[in-house]
Design a protein around this ligand. Sequence first.
Ligand code: NAP
Length: 244
Amino acid sequence: MENKVIIVTGASNGIGKEIAKTLSKNNNIVIANYNKSEKEAKELQEELQKEGKKLEIFKADVSKEEECKKMVEYTIKKYKKIDVLINNAGITKNQLITDVTKKDWDEIINTNLYSAFCMSKEVTPNMVHNKKGCIINISSIWGQIGASMEVVYSISKAGMDGLTKSLAKELGPSNIRVNSIAPGIINTKMNSEYTKQELEQIKQEIPLERIGQPTDIARCINWLIDDEYTTGQVLAINGGWSMI
Ligand code: NAP
């Protein structure tokens, strides 16, 4: 099978790192983006290179349009095509709405939502030209059902699902599929503020009785890339925690 060229944003940690690893092990050419965690990104690259796999790391702050542009231009110049874009980079902040500043708003919206918009906009001409492509947005259960004390995060993730649906309609005629994966709670450092007790409590609310692992999301990504008839959907990978 032909090697796919795949950009994964925020691939230095957590879910993005696992996605990049899985896709690289499946012999795709992966551009693993990072921003602050250079050490982790380099370790990931070394690990995969030892196995003879192709993974490039690319530093870019995806909350900034010009840095998104540079990463896409680099990829197209070198590989001539982008088959898959995975908008995974994200941040959150636990705070009451009354404590949210304009700076908080800008940071969260730009990192989670504006980045997905910019990256999608940049890859679109190449995908349209090739008459194929796949864009996957990692949104969240909180974008679907809302999270107390994470208002801006929830807005950003609901926005990603809006991006998914509108872009799926706009790009479907060019054979480009656009979907969201909305994880429930996944074991990464993003959830490091939860106590053991809180995690136990959450587990009891989940029909599959466990917290998700990054591999649960990577598995779904693999399927979605291979699939040919799913577009405009929000896939809730949450162990049954929420069913809407
Ligand atoms: P994580 O372990 O904190 O990793 C976040 C990643 O995003 C890091 O690799 C980080 O890279 C990158 N990132 C942050 N800001 C960036 C920027 N401006 N430019 C480029 N990269 C940036 O979090 P995670 O749990 O894996 O989350 C991954 C995605 O899944 C996020 O979008 C998150 O909202 C979503 N999600 C997570 C959960 C969960 O329970 N964990 C649930 C639902 C949805 P650097 O460290 O290099 O800056």
